[in-house]
Design a protein around this ligand. Structure first.
Ligand code: F6R
Length: 606
């Protein structure tokens, strides 16, 4: 996730900005840059790779100046290159900008610009040019007027050579905070870089613009009304600040889900047409119609996301869909050809088995598309086409927010195929409406964190826990079990509820509790019977039920309610209480939640 640092005050800006970038490294990035303003002259340096490489490039250069901005970039639009790195300088070398977020309508804006020359491939540079073309001597006004024309998200900081004592910052959907010192200000995408200098911080809210100079801070909304902000005293140390105040990265990433989910779907659908518009598919309608089968290849959590997508591709697009472990696919004789669409899914984009499976599928002539989180990773580069899930850096080993974003992107793909086959406009629109409501519903679940923690504590003493579900919630059971075992080291199994009586039922006793997903969908009654069966054999049951389902209490010792949604979207909600359940059991057992034993975040060996 990109990071922003800015400084204006009496000290030299360069060392503060460099240290600030280092403090933001934990967010993940692929390039970095700094610009310092002095005497109407802007010095800028950018480099691909680590902040250390940027520092090396700066070398002995002084970069004198007490005002400056800096950025770590996590590529979204445009590859990982120096010219795509921020800060961007536009407008005859006078205006400098750093930007986090995505400008959705950058193509339309570009068409309207007087200056059609861009140095980079980024939406950010277009935004900079738009600000410059609105500039008539008042920098804050220019920023506001430009932002009124923008659709998307931004956290920006802007500097202008003719305003040597002013920074302008604005936010919509991408966090920015301002640290207040003694006649000096620090701006950053989170509080981490400012904590060594000040604990007094004000947080910009969406739709606010700040003009900051050495003497003061003025914050307006888009209607030019002055906003009086409260100043918060931050008591976190830097390590806690990096985790957004959460105890662990995993918990932070669970809570990131409503926000990053919006990033996964933004600009990728058309409600009027009831369809998805994933440019990364890169296929004509005719080529899409030639696809006769879908294969999904992935490992671990990514494979579970794929298993959910199987239901969507079959139901919406009538396409036979197979899901396999990458490690199995590459060593069998997979039957794929030019009519097979193969999705390779990977958070890291570096998983060796998945990469090899992608190569194998390509070799056999399949149409291969990547669904990847880490921009510029090997799988993203080798598959060439596909879609980034925009979950931002995932630092905890156990995958959480990448999973929900993978499911979101896969559902959009299934819809895009569905709409050229038999899915109706009404169903497409209903699905999109359902997706748009997911972030709010995720927040409803996250509000129950305390009660989920209380429930989790009561399960910490068990040595075996089974998870069961049916239909789209069968992969949810698999994911719940995987989360629990990898971070708590309790043995857990995910099972298809209908298969219990063919063997696993023998495991049930009062010492083996069952977590069951009982959503109000077509399989409700069958699922309820399965829960009754395990209860009758002594199992304690934790039931994930739909809000308002009072009957579910009849089969539950413990219950967590989640909001209602369309059946295909249920996994997006049902998985979240299971992530929290696993997390709090692991915490109660004193495990190293972010770095569980024997596991690595990126499995680059076979
Ligand atoms: C589970 C987990 C792993 C990964 C798997 C694939 O929480 O993180 O099971 O899902 O190793 O990794 P990626 O998605 O990076 O290919």
């Amino acid at each position: 996730m990109c990071g922003i640092v800015g400084y204006i005050g009496k000290k030299q800006a360069l060392p503060i900005l460099l240290q600030g970038l280092r403090d933001l490294e934990y967010r993940g990035y692929d390039s970095a840059g700094i610009a310092v303003l002095d005497n109407r002259k802007i010095d800028r340096v950018r480099e691909v790779g680590k902040v250390d490489m940027l520092a090396k490039k700066i070398g002995q250069d002084k970069f004198v100046g007490t005002i400056g901005i800096a950025h770590t970039r996590w590529a979204t639009h445009g590859g990982v290159t120096e010219s795509n790195a921020h800060p961007h300088i536009v407008g005859e070398g006078k205006l400098v900008l750093v930007h986090n977020g995505i400008i959705e309508n950058y193509r339309e804006i570009k068409k309207q610009l007087k200056n059609q020359h861009q140095e980079s491939e980024t939406d950010s540079e277009i935004l900079g040019q738009l600000i410059f073309e609105n500039y008539q001597g008042d920098l804050m006004k220019a920023v506001k007027q430009a932002l009124l024309k923008v659709r998307g998200t931004y956290g920006i900081v802007v500097m202008h050579a003719d305003h040597p004592n002013q920074l302008v910052a604005a936010r919509l959907g991408s966090p920015l905070c301002i640290g207040i010192g003694d006649k000096e200000y620090y701006i950053a995408s989170d509080v981490t870089p400012m904590l060594p200098f000040t604990k007094q911080v004000t947080f910009l809210d969406d739709g606010e613009i700040a003009s900051i100079n050495g003497d003061g801070l003025k914050i307006l909304n888009m209607r030019d009304e002055i906003i009086n902000k409260t100043v918060t005293q931050i008591d976190w140390d830097q390590a806690k600040a990096q985790k957004g105040g959460f105890e662990n990265f995993m918990l932070k990433e669970i809570f990131d889900q409503p926000t990053v989910f919006e990033d996964a779907i933004r600009g990728r659908f058309n409600v009027d047409e009831g369809t998805a518009v994933l440019g990364g598919l890169n296929m004509t309608l005719e080529q899409m119609r030639d696809i006769k089968r879908v294969m999904i290849i992935a490992e671990g959590t990514a494979r579970h996301a794929g298993l959910i997508a199987k239901y969507a591709f079959e139901r919406l697009a009538n396409l036979p869909t197979e899901v396999d472990f990458s490690s199995e696919f590459r060593y069998r004789d997979p039957v794929v050809n030019k009519n097979t669409l193969v999705f390779v899914i990977s958070q890291s984009g570096e998983t060796a088995d998945t990469l090899m499976a992608a190569r194998e599928a390509k070799r056999k002539g399949a149409v291969v598309r990547g669904i990847v989180n880490v921009v510029g990773s090997t799988i993203a580069r080798e598959t060439k086409a596909g879609t980034y899930i925009h979950a931002g850096p995932e630092l905890a080993v156990a995958s959480t927010k990448a999973y929900t974003n993978m499911v979101a992107v896969l559902l959009l793909y299934a819809l895009q195929f569905g709409r050229i086959k038999h899915t109706s406009l009404a169903t497409g629109q209903r699905l999109l409406q359902g997706l748009l409501e997911i972030p709010e519903k995720m927040n409803e679940i996250l509000k129950q964190t305390d009660s989920i923690q209380n429930i989790a504590k009561q399960y910490q003493q068990y040595h075996n826990i089974l998870f069961m579900g049916r239909g789209v919630n069968y992969p949810v059971a698999l994911e719940g079990a995987l989360k629990l075992e990898e971070i708590s080291y309790i043995h857990a199994e995910g099972l298809a509820a209908g298969a219990m009586k063919h063997g696993p039922l023998a495991l049930i006793s009062k010492d083996v509790p069952v977590v069951a997903i009982l959503s109000k969908d077509q399989l409700y009654e069958k699922m309820k019977s399965s829960i009754q069966e395990v209860r009758a054999r002594g199992a304690r049951t934790l039931v994930i039920a739909t809000v308002g389902d009072e009957e579910a209490k009849e089969v539950a010792d413990d219950i967590i309610y989640v909001p209602d949604t369309m059946e295909l979207l249920e996994p997006l909600l049902n998985t979240i209480p299971l992530q929290l359940f696993a997390y709090y059991i692991a915490v109660a057992l004193g495990r190293d939640v972010d770095r569980p034993r024997n596991l690595a975040k990126s499995v680059t060996v076979e």
